[in-house]
Design a protein around this ligand. Structure first.
Ligand code: UT7
Length: 330
């Protein structure tokens, strides 16, 4: 049976570093509060007129193609998990295919907020497993700074910009995407959403004046759903597949809040040495967190390692993927 294996990783975080100290000069907050409540020390922000999500996707993808030694023309599909595409339409996948020179690929953007990458990875894996496609670029990324209100201390301290990419290819070995459980509950939109800019409330002077083009989040409520949702689904995938904590090499958790990650790891019986973390440096990059973790930790991963990838985010959307890592980095 054909499985979909990750065969290369690329990533991009912008150069500009927005530290807790700088944020303390912008809103009423401080390093101690942010660090103890979230685990975040700094985040990256994409600066520059005309720069959008695709610029980070292109950098991540070019690095990936170089590492794998293939050309953009060889790609069959480009799927991008994001909520901050370059435009409402066309899709950022269209833009990336054009800028990258992926002339033989088609693709689409997939909107599942912080679960965007795991939704996209599970979707891409299906096109590989059917035998139809051989090379699929799956990207997760967001330019969160484009929808964050830097006057709102409850949200501006959390989010950052970044994008990561993985290549999916077929394998006949016992590697790659082994299983996934994906969930959704649209009632979550009441707690986490962007109210204006869509067809319900198109942009107008009034919506801009009312600051409705920014992320709206009821933090405490989302926190409660996230802790339970991410821990439950992570436990569910290991129980379903009869895995023990000792079978798992790494938990790859969405980086929204260190306390949510710690609760998930505890529930799974995993010590901190098995938990990938980079929230202190990048904050919450929404669909970008998971591929950026794989990018940061690539050198520590070994062929055959069992990874549990878990996320929870706006929608609500959440889920877990069991993946067997497919290569050793030389
Ligand atoms: O990735 C997508 C899914 N999103 C998440 O998973 C986010 C989940 N939520 C969270 O991570 C947390 O709820 C936050 C980090 C957003 C907030 O942490 P919290 O521990 O839930 O704080 P809180 O909202 O209950 O606020 C506690 C206090 C409040 O003051 P009072 O009412 O107790 O006087 C806030 O006004 O902290 C205040 N506060 C701040 N103080 C300093 C809120 N934001 C800040 C701030 N600096 N930045």
């Amino acid at each position: 049976m054909i499985k979909a294996a990750i065969t290369a990783v690329g990533g991009c975080v912008p150069d500009y570093v927005l530290t807790n100290e700088i944020l303390s000069t912008m809103v009423d907050t401080n390093d101690e509060w942010i660090t103890s409540r979230t685990g975040i020390k700094e985040r990256r922000i994409l600066k520059g007129e005309g720069k959008g999500l695709s610029d980070m996707c292109i950098a991540a993808s070019e690095e990936l193609l170089k590492k794998r030694g293939i050309k953009a023309e060889e790609l069959d599909m480009v799927i991008i998990g994001t909520i901050t595409g370059d435009y409402t339409f066309p899709s950022t996948s269209n833009v990336v295919c054009d800028k990258l020179g992926a002339k033989n690929a088609w693709g689409f953007d997939l909107s599942a907020a912080c679960s965007g990458f795991i939704y996209a990875l599970a979707t891409g894996a299906q096109f590989i497993e059917t035998g139809r496609y051989k090379k699929i670029l799956v990207i997760g990324g967001d330019k969160m700074s484009s929808i964050i209100d830097y006057k709102d201390r409850a949200t501006c301290i959390i989010f950052g910009d970044g994008a990561g990419a993985v290549l999916l290819e077929p394998t006949n070995e016992d590697l790659g995407v082994k299983d996934f459980i994906l969930k959704a509950d649209g009632a979550g939109r009441n707690y986490l959403c962007m109210h204006a800019g869509g067809s319900v409330l198109p942009p107008s002077h009034e919506t801009v004046d009312a600051r409705k083009h920014y992320v709206y989040q009821e933090g405490q409520a989302v926190f409660k759903f996230a802790v339970k949702g991410m821990a439950d689904v992570s436990a569910e995938i290991i129980e379903k597949n009869k895995l023990k904590a000792s079978d798992i090499a790494w938990l790859v958790p969405h980086q929204a809040n260190k306390r949510i990650v710690d609760a998930t790891a505890d529930r799974m019986g995993l010590g901190p040495e098995k938990v990938m973390m980079n929230i202190e440096r990048y904050g919450n990059t929404t669909a970008g967190t998971i591929p950026l973790l794989l990018w940061d930790y690539e050198k520590q991963l070994k062929k055959g390692d069992n990874l549990i990838i878990s996320a929870f985010g706006g929608g609500f959307t959440w889920g877990s993927i069991w993946l067997k890592w497919a290569y050793d980095t030389k």
